[in-house]
Design a protein around this ligand. Sequence first.
Ligand code: ACK
Length: 367
Amino acid sequence: MAAEQGQILVIATAAVGGFTLLVILTLFFLITGRCQWYIKAKMKSEEKRRNHLQNGHLRFPGVKTYIDPDTYEDPSLAVHEFAKEIDPSRIRIERVIGAGEFGEVCSGRLKTPGKREIPVAIKTLKGGHMDRQRRDFLREASIMGQFDHPNIIRLEGVVTKSRPVMIVVEYMENGSLDSFLRKHDGHFTVIQLVGMLRGIASGMKYLSDMGYVHRDLAARNILVNSNLVCKVSDFGLSRVLEDDPEAAYTTTGGKIPIRWTAPEAIAYRKFSSASDAWSYGIVMWEVMSYGERPYWEMSNQDVILSIEEGYRLPAPMGCPASLHQLMLHCWQKERNHRPKFTDIVSFLDKLIRNPSALHTLVEDILV
Ligand code: ACK
């Protein structure tokens, strides 16, 4: 009897022990499994967040993102990723139209098999260059080749496998916007000028959506074609500023085109699409004044001090009040208060659709 009781006790203990172990094991698998599921889900959402947020910009699925060619270990890989190699026999150089830091800028023709010849501008890299110069020169093509928009200068391709090294882009019959406007002082209607500004804003909206910050937006870096279409050009990050005769060295050692640059970018190099919006306001002023120099003959130091004290450029003669208001909006000290390029495009579109809003001039309000 005692032996029987002992047996029952052993069986009962084993059953309870076994059951407890089973519960513990089930709980263990459930918890670790959940943990892993949780970790995986967290990683996925983090990846999603990173894809949406690049260069501090909210990214949207389906919108292409700009890739900095400097992130490629071998820059020649970057250029061939984004630019077509052109056989030089397809290029006919006609005449020299200008000089860049790297060599001449020429106009000419490009023959594409099965298509008719198109007019092109050809930037050449002069002989005897260093590897670094070649890399800096081709960086512009690696950037431009990523864009596809009617208000961004179009890259046709590059010649890198023979000398001279060349960058071939679409030809813009009227050249740079600043000199074009100076040459045609007073010749356009306000609607035509607003049309040019709308084009530039649309190109800038495209760039900012891609996460690209221009840093040197100015009328001298906009090109104009025979239909008055304006296109943003001069890409290349630091190189652009090295080339720009307007860029001056700041106390922090950077080279910056002071008159076109937002205060936070001058003070601590905080370049962003919001600092591009400040520069856009200056371009508006250049356009409405037919290529006048911003802040006239004031020195760079005086410009910096005046802006800091709250001074802003007055409306150019004949400038509609609504356009000067938009400029002032672009020149807000607090960068988050400046309009986004998408707001600028819709505002200008509304003005074009309803031109009566352009009739009030700043002079009329002041009288
Ligand atoms: O004001 P411009 O005539 O326009 O003089 C300069 C010069 O070359 C040196 O940059 C002109 N230029 C540059 N790119 C182009 C282009 N794609 N089409 C026509 N002209 C151009 C610019």
